[in-house]
Design a protein around this ligand. Structure first.
Ligand code: AHR
Length: 497
């Protein structure tokens, strides 16, 4: 036996916030233009300019929340540019992403339509870097005030009779760099000014997000909350966001065995981020009224030699799928500490769910992991103890170890969902599962794996890495023996008696 898994049903961690399975799109490379947006006149089937195949694929994941318009782009985006007649919208330079000409064809109304079409809550990132508190205040009014003011009537005249009811707003993005190069104290000043004027213009309570550190910079967090505590007037703050990218182990599709293991090994930094940032925040906010969120994460690889100029376009292999599974399991296990997360990015950029090329579209192995893991949304995370063998490997002359098996479990009604990642390239992992304390009637198994660790989906072979069909395995009792396939992500749904 290589592992034992003890699921402690009587030890709930917390409800898994559905927003942990959120997504992100930015005006970057081919994410929006030539990705999800083709325009109404395109020969590619579309729904008000948005590719229909992309809408259908995203909708199937039940994405809870979608962040837009950036990223770095957000701090140079002026929302009035993206409303009104498309032919009259100004063209601007996208300073962060290759000086591309931004046509503003995709703006607030188009984004809201996308969110409605896929069933996601909109999450807007406000412009602190080159914007003003008035501009943000006006965007909130434009979106949320019902009727009878210049801005709400403008929205109505632009085709949206009903307010958009946007709850989630970020005050800037990566304010330590592309958002304005502030230090934490300076950013607190900006945060307070902007948040004071982001008002509740409609019935919905706003959820305001402050920019957190670069990586796991604890100094930023300490200084941010120290300065915030000194404010005289009460400041509205609902969440503090971290970003975390992992890479530097080969490219997306060209890596050796050590690089396979090293990328998956790097995942532990995300767990450290959550635990350490939350512990520090707890000193200022022991009741956890302010959430910790990770509103950008993903595997960001060096570009392939033939894609040097393509603005963060990258393939997504089986290795990225295991990486996604490991990260989502971390979120589940720490569901008491982290409230939202957004994969970067949904289409054609960084760790994509979807790749497009002219009229063709494919879903990546990462997409399949989000598909499997959607059963966790809103379920109760339960403590799961995994005792597993480890794999020794060497990367750049450093000896390292990685567990063969890791995962998470959640309970909804009488269904226990377990998701497990076997990181071993060639070893199946035999495990003994103990469910304390319930009888299991049936197990339903779905697996994502492939004989080739570098396997990925291409337009000539879009189904190369795909989910297995669901297999039902009859069982009895509360102990199950199960073998996890090598290099796999597996979902087991246990029907409890
Ligand atoms: O996701 C790509 C970029 O990564 C975002 O624009 C920025 O916020 C981050 O540095």
């Amino acid at each position: 036996m290589n592992a034992t898994i003890d699921v402690l049903l009587t030890e709930p961690v917390s409800t898994i916030n559905p927003n942990l399975f959120g997504h992100f799109i930015e005006h970057l490379g081919r994410c929006i233009y030539d990705g999800l947006w083709v325009g109404e006149d395109s020969a590619i089937p579309n729904d008000r300019g948005i590719r229909r195949d992309v809408i259908l694929a995203l909708r199937q994941l039940h994405p809870p929340i979608l962040r837009w318009p950036g990223g770095s782009f957000a701090d140079d985006y002026h929302w009035p540019d993206g409303i009104g007649l498309p032919s009259e919208r100004p063209h601007r330079v996208n300073i962060w992403w290759g000086n591309a000409v931004e046509t503003n064809a995709f703006g607030t109304h188009e984004f809201m339509h996308l969110c409605r079409a896929i069933g996601a809550q909109p999450y807007l990132c406000g412009n602190v870097g080159t914007g003003t508190s008035r501009e943000l205040r006006d965007w909130v009014e434009y979106c949320n005030f019902p009727t009878g003011t210049a801005l709400s009537d403008l929205r109505i005249s632009n085709g949206a009779e009903q307010p958009f009811g946007v709850k989630y707003w970020a005050i800037g993005n990566e304010s330590w760099h592309s958002g304005g190069s502030f230090n934490p104290e300076e950013y607190v000043t900006e945060y307070c000014r902007f948040s004071t004027f982001a008002r509740e213009f409609g019935p919905e309570k706003l959820y305001l997000v402050a920019c957190g550190p670069s990586g796991n910079d604890l100094d930023w967090t300490e200084r941010f909350f120290t300065r915030l505590r000194d404010r005289i007037a009460p400041i509205t703050l609902h969440a503090f966001s971290g970003h975390y990218y992992i890479g530097r182990a080969g490219t997306a599709t060209n890596f050796n065995d050590s690089e396979w293991y090293d990328l998956l090994w790097q995942v532990r930094a995300i767990e450290k981020l959550i635990v350490e940032q939350r512990a520090l925040m707890d000193r200022f906010d022991p009741e956890r009224k302010v959430h910790f969120i990770v509103d950008e994460w993903g595997a960001w690889h060096p570009p392939e030699p033939d894609h040097k100029e393509s603005l963060l376009w990258q393939q997504s292999s089986l290795r990225d799928a295991l990486f996604a599974g490991l990260v989502l399991d971390i979120f589940n296990r720490h569901a008491d500490k982290v409230a939202m997360a957004n994969l970067a990015q949904a289409v054609n950029v960084v760790q994509s769910l979807i790749l497009t090329e002219a009229e063709r579209m494919l879903v990546t192995p990462t997409y399949h992991v989000f598909d499997m893991y959607q059963s966790h949304q809103g379920a109760q995370s339960v403590r799961t103890l995994i005792s597993t063998q480890e794999i020794d490997f060497t990367y750049r002359d450093e000896a390292k170890r990685i567990p063969i098996l890791s995962g998470s479990a959640s309970l909804r009604d009488n269904v226990l969902t377990m998701t497990m990642v076997n990181t071993s390239i060639d070893e199946p992992c035999e495990a003994l599962l103990h469910i304390y304390t319930a009888e299991v009637r049936e197990v339903r198994e779905t697996t994502l794996t492939h004989p080739d660790i570098r396997a990925h989906n291409t337009f000539s072979d879009p189904g190369r890495v795909n989910l297995s069909a669901v297999r039902a395995i009859p069982v009895k009792g509360n102990t199950i023996q199960y073998t996890f396939a090598p290099r796999s992500v597996t979902k087991l749904q246990l029907l409890l008696a």
